[in-house]
Design a protein around this ligand. Structure first.
Ligand code: PMP
Length: 356
């Protein structure tokens, strides 16, 4: 072994869902939006002045920050923008979680949290969700170095009421509580108004799901200016220009078209509710989703079998080979025709298994 290898940081990376290369697949595995971004985004993309690419982008992301602040009714000093919410969350872990006490997040949640904790050497504890996959707020009342809660949670799709999250924030005034609201636009009430009451609350959002912009990479955090300034300082100690010029321009366009945004959300929510009922009819137990995906377990076909059989039909869903959730599949809500094909494929699988 080379001497230098002893000094290499060893880390177990987060494994994102598969991005199949073929075009003829039904992709329901990474919670992307099946609809394109707002039409204004396409137009703005065509009109981008590429001559300007020779210049560095605005390190303060001023215009996009202003548009986001205006849309959500907060001050510009309360907004931090980053390269997708993964970047914002990673930066937040680095900025706020520097205590010797463990940070807390549920045993079943977004699986990047423990990856960042490991990477940054942050001690952590993962209180178990209850049997119904709900949070027990009493688990978050002990001394800690910070808290992260995805609401709605992933991969469970379950939403916890604001009143419960507020109890956690209020009880933990000496640590930062991050509420990851990647999926909040698909149902549930945001804790955002609480940022004016609690200086330890950071709300993290993304353009990747509800605004159909996963490929452009825009995420943002909203919170007290003290939190935002601390984030900006760490970001500027790391990389001045995280947000590229086209992302800033296209992000602004995405926020402008609220009618398109709301229509897209409504379509996805309607499809989600219909598909949940159809899955239940063919023997699935489906959790109550407030997100753009469903988390489902079949009464007699193992989830791994369903996942593999669907994959062989070019239908990709997500399967987690992890304790407590290894008999569930996570299904992103696609277009109506994609979901019809998915249900048809499931009926076929069910028939073939029944025959066996
Ligand atoms: N938080 C949660 C709970 C997620 O599921 C995801 C998507 N993988 C993210 C954050 C990150 O999304 P993005 O970096 O695309 O904003």
């Amino acid at each position: 072994m080379s001497e230098w290898m002893k000094n290499v940081r060893k880390t177990e990376p987060y494994i994102p869902g598969e991005q199949p290369k073929a075009d003829n697949v039904i992709k329901l595995n990474t919670n992307e939006n099946p609809y394109p971004p707002a039409p204004g985004v396409k137009k703005a993309c065509r009109e981008i002045n590429t001559d300007k690419f020779r210049l560095y982008p605005d390190p303060d992301v001023t215009e996009l920050t202003a548009v986001i602040a205006d849309y959500y009714g907060v001050n510009e000093s309360e907004v931090f923008v980053g390269v997708g919410s993964d970047d914002v969350l990673a930066m937040s872990f680095l900025t706020f979680f520097n205590s010797d006490k463990p940070i807390l997040f549920p045993d079943i949640t977004y699986s990047f949290y423990d990856v960042w904790a490991e990477l940054f050497g942050i001690p952590y504890k993962r209180p178990a969700l209850k049997d119904d996959f709900r949070i027990d707020i009493n688990d978050y009342m002990e001394p800690n170095g910070g808290i992260v809660i995805a609401n709605p949670n992933a991969p469970t799709s379950l939403y916890e009421p604001v009143s419960d999250i507020e109890k956690i924030i209020a009880k933990n005034s000496s640590s930062v509580v991050i509420v990851d609201e990647a999926y909040i636009d698909f149902g549930g009430e945001s804790v955002l108004p609480l940022i004016h009451r609690y200086d330890n609350l950071l709300v993290v959002r993304t353009f990747s799901k509800s605004r159909s912009m996963a490929g452009i990479r825009i995420g943002f955090a909203m919170g007290n200016p003290l939190l935002i300034n601390a984030l900006k300082d760490v970001k500027s100690s790391f990389n001045s220009y995280t947000m590229n010029m086209p992302a800033i321009i296209l992000g602004i366009e995405a926020v402008k078209d609220d009618v398109y945004f709301k229509n897209t959300l409504e379509k996805i929510i309607n499809t989600r509710n219909r598909v949940k009922a159809e899955l239940e009819e063919i023997g699935f137990m489906v959790l109550d989703s407030c997100s753009n995906f469903l988390f489902a377990s079949h009464e007699n076909i193992p989830a791994r079998v369903i996942f593999e059989k669907l994959r062989s039909e070019n239908i990709y869903v997500r399967y987690f080979d992890k304790p407590r959730i290894d008999n569930y599949i996570r299904i992103t809500v696609g277009t109506d025709s994609e979901m019809d094909a998915f249900i048809e494929a499931l009926k076929k699988i069910k028939k073939s298994v029944d025959i066996c």
